[in-house]
Write a protein that binds this ligand. Structure first.
Ligand code: CTP
Length: 409
């Protein structure tokens, strides 16, 4: 039995990046050998085991062949005769198809090291096409390693295009796709993920609503970059630069979907795009079964981002409605995330990345003012039921009027 470190752990060590989890491949062993050594099988019919102490994954060397559509459509063959080279050739990228023994001797039959140096994400063999999820994986790696200068090899992009056009992406489950999207959005340059998906035609399949934003103009006065797709990518880029959480990044990606629905005659204006976009945001949310907090924030940011930008001009009654819509009294964190998404939207414009965004503090102040209304004195005055609700609203409105006056001095 020979044991090798494989995949991301080898790649990231060679890149000088921190290695988080290690995958191992075992050559020359049977399931019985593994069980005899105390390894625990992961699934009933997959030759992967967990180490009895470290809990790391050890997989028997295997070959794989696609036997149908989707993830289930796989047959694999694991036996002590399968060589390391045979196991490595079924993997996605050359930089992920290197193995290392305990002396750090590298086995690199498909020239992963050469591609690491050339900063290329290149598929190992035509077997790449056997798992369409790899289209998203490559886009995610492109986002992660963009800062190091990595790009997708042209022949790999061609293959990704063929896969996108073949309809194979539709066979992927929402859960697997969301896992890739959410990980990619949390990379340092998530906009590269979207760019790569777009370049190979996968964006048009997965999120046609986002793809449709490219080529749609906006008024130059507010959007020097003009193109709505370019603006969306910049907003996402800013969100990553400012270390925003997934919820905010997801909301930035979807905030302007309504602009893709504007009739050309109305360009570059987009009247009521906030409202028109809601059904599209809902559709994308549901397509990938995004977590509830991501879904909620995307919808709220879609509907109210223009309110955020116009915060200083809003009437106290409109401010109050905004705060009520966010249930800012019970969900203060969600309102903070809304403010952050608005700020990223405002900065995600060409040449305006460093602008100040006074709306943020203004909105925070408004939330504090509305929250400062105490309920106890109203209870003591005898208000209850719907009347109490109305009385609280009146007091909050008063507080917001006073806030607006002092804030504008
Ligand atoms: N792999 C593959 N195709 C996939 C998934 C995984 O070829 N669809 C192979 C690659 O060799 C990869 C290894 O399995 O390096 C481990 O997969 P995984 O842990 O998902 O990815 P890592 O490369 O370790 O990357 P990350 O840093 O994102 O975890």
């Amino acid at each position: 039995m020979r044991i090798y470190k494989v995949g991301g752990a080898v790649r990231d060590r060679l890149l000088g990046r921190p290695v988080t989890d290690i995958d191992w491949v075992v050559v020359g062993a049977t399931t019985e050998d593994m069980l005899a050594k105390g390894f625990r099988p992961v699934g009933a019919d997959f030759p992967v085991f967990l180490h009895p102490k470290s809990g790391e994954e050890y997989a028997l060397a295997r070959t794989e062949r696609k036997s149908g559509r989707g993830y289930g459509g796989f047959t694999f063959h694991a036996s002590p005769e399968v060589t390391l080279e045979e196991d490595l050739i079924r993997r996605d990228l050359t930089i992920n198809a290197m193995a290392e023994d305990d002396q750090q001797n590298l086995t690199d039959p498909y020239h992963g090291q050469r591609d690491l140096e050339a900063r290329l994400l290149r598929h190992v063999s035509p077997a790449f096409a056997e798992d369409p999820l790899r289209v998203l994986r490559v886009a995610r790696f492109a986002a992660r390693y963009a800062a190091l200068g990595f790009t997708v090899a042209p022949e790999t992009l061609d293959l990704m295009r063929q896969l996108s056009e073949s309809g194979e992406l539709q066979a992927l489950t929402a859960e697997r796709i969301w896992k890739e999207i959410s990980r990619a959005l949390m990379e340092d340059q998530p906009q590269v993920f979207i760019e790569v998906l777009r370049a190979c035609g996968a964006l048009n399949v997965l999120m046609p609503e986002v793809d449709a934003l490219f080529g749609v103009p906006q008024p130059q006065a507010h959007h020097p970059e003009i193109d709505t797709g370019a603006h969306t990518l910049s907003a996402l880029e800013q969100a990553a630069r400012h270390k925003q959480p997934l919820t905010v990044r997801w909301a930035c990606l979807l905030h302007d979907l309504g602009k893709g629905l504007t009739p050309k005659e109305e360009w570059p204006r987009h009247i009521a795009h906030e409202f028109k976009g809601l059904k599209l945001i809902k559709a994308v949310n549901e397509r990938f079964k995004a977590p509830r907090d991501c879904q909620e924030l995307a919808l709220l940011v879609g509907e109210y981002h223009t309110h955020g930008h116009r915060a200083l001009e809003l009437k106290p009654s409109t401010l109050l409605e905004l705060l009520q819509s966010f249930d800012v009294y019970r969900r203060p964190q969600r309102f903070e995330e809304f403010i952050a998404a608005c700020e990223m939207d405002a900065r995600g414009r060409k040449g305006l990345e460093e602008r100040s965004y006074p709306q943020a503090d203004y909105l925070r102040g408004a939330a504090t003012a509305a929250r400062s209304v105490a309920v106890q004195p109203l209870l003591e005055k005898g208000f209850k039921g719907p009347e109490l609700g109305e009385a609280i609203k009146r007091e909050r409105l008063k507080a917001l009027k006073a806030y607006k006056e002092t804030a504008s001095i």
